[in-house]
Write a protein that binds this ligand. Structure first.
Ligand code: NCD
Length: 305
């Protein structure tokens, strides 16, 4: 039995296979509508979510399966003091696969050690978010036609942004990747990720605090929200929250084929006027997220069409 806790749990070939299945699902939706008949997905969300939870549920429903779960810690026995392990052992009696989001880093890993059914990490604190990365990789492959030979600018909260951490780890699998890391000083990537990049020979990277500079070179600009819920004090958040705002003026620095990505939710960091620019891909990411989660659920449940 397999879990998906970190994006590095998957090999490059397995990622390619998930992308291939997603593209097949997109082209032949009907062929997949019964493959999970009789199976159930449980979504255990101890932290807020719109896209991740609902796309997991929509994915299972489109595969013909059923869904159950909770969408906040308040509505679960966590408020009575139940441990994550006991919750998972309980929910595994009612379901065949579990997607879990938790504010504590490592909670889904801990759950997977005792779970009799596959556990998917749907975001753990400021650490990682592997299924968002699968969504991002499918989007990049569909929009750019490749995952290698790319300059990727990542902008915003690189310290607490778990989607950024997982995307850097995944893109590091491919040849000739260059990262431009754009953030205020206080929100730079964690040291463990910097050390990881240093060890990889195929990765070139630099850090800057100027969005325009990164944008001019980027094939992909990946914008992120400043993660208010991870700050220790509100004053720091208020000072940093609008560090970077991508508007139509700044878009003039981007190349004609640069794609703009964002895991969403957005706050102020991308002006809504940018949504009409054909280079804006963040709503395509939302759509792709459901398809790659369908492919992932099938793979972990070992079902095929
Ligand atoms: C992200 C997350 O939860 O980490 N959202 C998502 O899953 N699409 C990004 C964020 O909350 O900023």
């Amino acid at each position: 039995m397999r879990h998906l806790i970190d994006i590095t749990d998957l090999s490059v070939d397995e990622i390619a296979e998930l992308i291939r299945t997603s593209n097949d699902i997109i082209a032949n939706r009907k062929a997949y509508s019964e493959v999970c008949r009789g199976r159930k997905l449980a979504t255990l969300f101890f932290e807020p979510s719109t896209r991740t939870r609902l796309s997991f549920e929509a994915a299972m429903l489109e595969l013909g399966g059923g869904v159950l779960g909770f969408s906040s810690a308040d509505s679960s026995s966590a408020t009575k003091g139940e441990s994550v392990i006991d919750t998972v052992r309980t929910v595994a009696c009612y379901s065949d696969i579990i997607a879990m989001r938790h504010p504590k880093e490592g909670a889904p890993l801990l759950a997977s050690l005792k779970s009799p059914v596959p556990v998917i990490n749907a975001g753990d604190g400021g650490h990682s978010h592997p299924t968002q990365t699968l969504t991002d990789l499918l989007t990049i492959q569909r929009e750019k036609g490749r995952l290698d030979n790319m300059t990727v600018a990542l902008c915003g909260d690189l310290k607490f942004g778990r989607t950024v951490h997982s995307l850097i780890a995944a893109m590091s699998f491919y040849e000739n990747i260059k990262f431009i890391l754009i953030s205020p000083d206080e929100l730079k990537i964690p040291d463990y990720i910097r050390e990881d990049m240093k060890r990889k020979r195929n990765i070139e990277w630099r850090e800057t605090d100027k969005l325009e500079e990164g944008l001019a070179e980027a094939d992909i600009l990946y914008m992120t929200r400043v993660q208010r819920e991870r700050f220790f004090n509100e004053a720091d958040y208020m000072r940093l929250k609008d560090s970077f705002i991508l508007d139509t003026d700044k878009m003039r620095y981007a190349k004609p084929d640069t794609i703009i990505m964002h895991p969403l939710p957005r706050v102020n960091e991308i002006s809504v006027k940018v949504d009409d620019d054909p280079r804006a891909c963040y709503f395509k990411q939302v759509e792709n997220g459901k398809f790659i989660r369908m492919a992932l659920i099938m793979s972990l449940l070992e079902v095929s069409k």
